[in-house]
Write a protein that binds this ligand. Structure first.
Ligand code: GDP
Length: 539
C-alpha cells in the first residue's frame, strides 16, 4: 500500500502537535555521488556538528550525555551514525542512515520503511547509477516522496535539461526544477533559485564556496548580468525558459504522493543548495504518515504510543551480547520509563534507558513523538519487525524479508565451535544481515543473503565477535521461497514429498529451495494450491 493511500489525520490537532514538526528522511545514492558530504553539510547547517571551538554547555544536556556515556561504557555499544537528529527553525529532522556499500542490503530496505521522505543524490556527470535506481525502486514500493539533488555541478556535468529528462524517463517520475545551475565546471558561478528569485553565489568569485545570497528581480537583474559571463547567462535564460515549458509546476499533492520529484541543482562540497533542501523539507514535509498495521492503520495523532523496530544493532564487544533496537514511533507521546507491550512476545518491557541520537553525541530520551527514533537497549528480545504498543495487539506491517538471491552452505573449520557458530548466525540473522535456513535433511545450515558482499561481512564478524572461523560452500540451489497453503493436508503432503529441497527458517517456517528459475515455475505449476512467496512479512 502506498503511503498516500493511507488515511491521514483528518484534521491536524492544532499546528502545535509536536509530530507535525518532525521530518524523518533518508538519503539514497550510488557510492561516490556525495551522500556523506551532503549529510555532513545538512548536519552542520542544522547545528548538529559544531564548528571547532564552539561548545554547547547546557547543563541539562551534559548530564544526559554522561548518563549515556556510562551506558555506552558499561555495555560497550558503539552506535555510530544510524540516526542523526538535528533541529532548525522549530523543525526536528531525523536523518536515518542507509548503509553505503554497493550491495543492496535488507538493512537498507528496512531503514527505508521507517522514513517519510528520501533525498536522492545524483552525480551531475554520471546521472542515475545502478544503486540509486535500486534504492529508488524500494522507495517507489511505498510511493515515498523523493527530493532530487543533482550534485557536483561545480564540475563539468551533463546539460541540466538532459539531467532532468534522464530522471523523468529512467524513473518514470514527473520532474520539476526548483533551481538551475549558473554555469558548470570552469564557468561555475552558482545556483539560480528561480522560484524565490535568489542567486546563490560566492563573494570570492567563480568556482568558490557559496557564501552569498543575492536577491534578484529576475534574469535581467544586473546582479546577474554584471557578474556572470554573457554566454552562461544566455544558456541560463534558455534553460529557465525551456524548463518552464517542458516541465510541470511544482505540485505538492503530486510530490507527497510520490509522483513528482522536485530537482535541486547544487554542490554539497561547496555548500550550494543545502539551505534550499532544508527549507523545502521544512515547508513541504512530509510530516509523519499513518502506518499500516494488522487489523487497522495507526495514525500519528492517536494518543497511545506505538512504534516498530526497523533495525537492530549488536554490541561489537563479544563479551556483551546486548543490542540496540531502533524503534520508530508511529503514535502517541513516548516518555522515558514507559512500560510497553512487546506484541510478538506477549510481554511488557520497561523502556528505562531509551536513547536519542545526535550526530556527535547521544542522550537519554525523555520524550519522543511520532517520526522520532529511539534506541532501546535490550538483550536480544527485540527483533526487526517487532511492534511495541501500550497494550493493543497490533502488528505494524510492511517490513518484508526478501527471498535471498545468494545461498551458501556454512563450513565450519573447528567443529568444536558449532555452538558459537550457531549463536553468531542467529544473532546476525536477528540483525537482519543474513537469513538462516536449516535443511530438512542434513545438519549444515544454509545462509541466504541478498548480495554477495554480505557474505564477507558474516565471515568477518563471526571471526571477530564469536572467535569462530567459517567459510561458505556453493550449494545447488540459487533461490528460496516461503511455502504457504490454506489446506493443511495438502501442505503436509507437499512437505513430505519435498524433503530433499526443504528447509526451515529461524521461525520454523517451511522454505522450498530451488535450483533455478525454471524449477520455480515448474514446481509452481505442479502444485497450484501451494503459494511460493518471494517475501514474507516479519511478524
Ligand atoms: P558518498 O560515497 O556518496 O558518501 O560520497 P562522498 O560524500 O564521500 O563524496 C565522494 C567524493 O566526491 C568525495 O571526494 C567528495 O569530496 C566529492 N564531492 C562530494 N560532493 C561534491 C561536490 O559538490 N563537488 C565536487 N567537485 N566534489 C564533490
Amino acid at each position: 500500500m502506498s503511503l498516500s493511500e493511507l488515511p491521514q489525520p483528518a484534521e491536524a490537532p492544532g499546528k502545535s502537535a509536536p509530530y507535525l514538526s518532525r521530518r524523518t528522511f533518508a538519503i539514497i545514492s550510488h557510492p561516490d555521488a556525495g551522500k556523506t558530504t551532503l549529510t555532513e553539510k545538512l548536519l552542520f547547517s542544522g547545528g548538529a556538528i559544531r564548528a571547532a571551538g564552539q561548545v554547547r554547555a547546557r547543563g541539562e544536556r551534559r548530564r544526559a550525555r554522561s548518563d549515556w556515556m556510562k551506558i555506552e561504557q558499561e555495555r560497550g555499544i558503539s552506535v555510530s551514525s544510524s540516526v542523526m537528529t538535528f533541529e532548525r527553525g522549530g523543525i526536528t529532522f531525523n536523518l536515518l542512515d542507509t548503509p553505503g556499500h554497493e550491495d543492496f542490503s535488507e538493512d537498507t530496505y528496512r531503514t527505508l520503511t521507517a522514513v517519510d521522505a528520501a533525498i536522492m543524490v545524483i552525480d551531475a556527470a554520471k546521472g542515475i547509477e545502478t544503486q540509486t535506481r535500486k534504492l529508488f525502486e524500494v522507495c517507489r514500493l511505498r510511493d515515498i516522496p523523493i527530493i532530487t539533488f543533482v550534485n557536483k555541478i561545480d564540475r563539468e556535468g551533463r546539460h541540466p535539461l538532459e539531467a532532468l529528462d534522464e530522471i523523468q524517463e529512467a524513473l518514470a517520475l514527473d520532474v520539476t526544477p526548483m533551481t538551475w545551475p549558473v554555469g558548470m565546471g570552469s564557468d561555475f558561478f552558482g545556483v539560480y533559485d528561480w522560484r524565490n528569485k535568489r542567486f546563490l553565489t560566492s563573494s570570492e568569485g567563480r568556482g568558490q564556496r557559496f557564501d552569498s545570497v543575492r536577491e534578484v528581480s529576475g534574469l535581467e537583474d544586473p546582479v546577474l548580468t554584471d557578474t556572470v559571463f554573457a554566454n552562461v547567462m544566455a544558456e541560463l535564460e534558455e534553460n529557465v525558459e525551456l524548463g518552464a515549458e517542458a516541465y510541470p509546476e511544482f505540485d505538492r499533492e503530486a510530490f507527497l504522493e510520490g509522483h513528482m520529484t522536485p530537482v535541486f541543482f547544487g554542490s554539497a562540497l561547496r555548500d550550494y543548495g543545502i539551505e534550499e533542501i532544508i527549507e523545502f523539507i521544512a515547508e513541504f514535509g512530509p510530516a509523519p504518515h499513518a502506518q499500516p498495521a494488522t487489523a487497522r492503520v495507526i495514525r500519528p495523532d492517536e494518543p497511545k504510543v506505538s512504534g516498530f523496530v526497523f533495525k537492530v544493532q549488536a554490541n561489537m564487544d563479544p563479551k556483551h551480547r546486548d543490542r540496540i533496537a531502533f524503534v520508530r514511533l508511529c503514535s502517541g507521546t513516548f516518555k522515558r520509563g514507559m512500560k510497553l507491550k512487546h506484541v510478538r512476545a506477549g510481554k511488557t518491557i520497561a523502556v528505562s534507558a531509551p536513547i536519542f541520537f545526535f550526530a556527535e553525541e547521544r542522550e537519554i530520551a525523555e520524550t519522543a513523538y511520532p517520526g522520532d527514533v529511539i534506541g532501546v537497549p535490550n538483550h536480544g528480545q527485540l527483533r526487526v519487525g517487532d511492534t511495541l504498543t501500550e497494550g493493543e495487539e497490533i502488528h505494524v506491517t510492511g517490513l518484508p524479508a526478501f527471498a535471498p538471491e545468494v545461498l551458501r552452505r556454512v563450513r565450519l573449520s573447528d567443529t568444536m565451535r558449532v555452538k558459537q557458530m550457531r549463536q553468531g548466525l542467529e544473532d546476525l540473522a536477528e540483525e537482519g544481515l543474513v537469513q538462516i535456513f536449516k535443511p530438512s535433511i542434513g545438519s549444515n545450515w544454509i545462509v541466504g543473503v541478498v548480495g554477495v558482499l554480505q557474505l564477507d561481512v558474516v565471515i568477518d564478524r563471526l571471526k571477530v565477535e564469536y572467535q569462530t572461523e567459517i567459510g561458505f560452500d556453493a550449494v545447488q540451489y540459487n533461490t528460496a521461497r516461503w511455502i504457504e497453503c490454506d489446506d493443511d493436508q495438502v501442505l503436509r503432503r507437499f512437505l513430505d514429498a519435498s524433503r530433499g529441497s526443504l528447509a526451515y527458517d529461524r521461525d520454523d517456517r517451511p522454505v522450498f529451495l530451488f535450483k533455478n528459475a525454471w524449477e520455480v515455475s515448474y514446481v509452481g505449476e505442479k502444485n497450484p494450491e501451494i503459494r511460493f512467496r518471494e517475501t514474507r512479512e516479519i511478524v
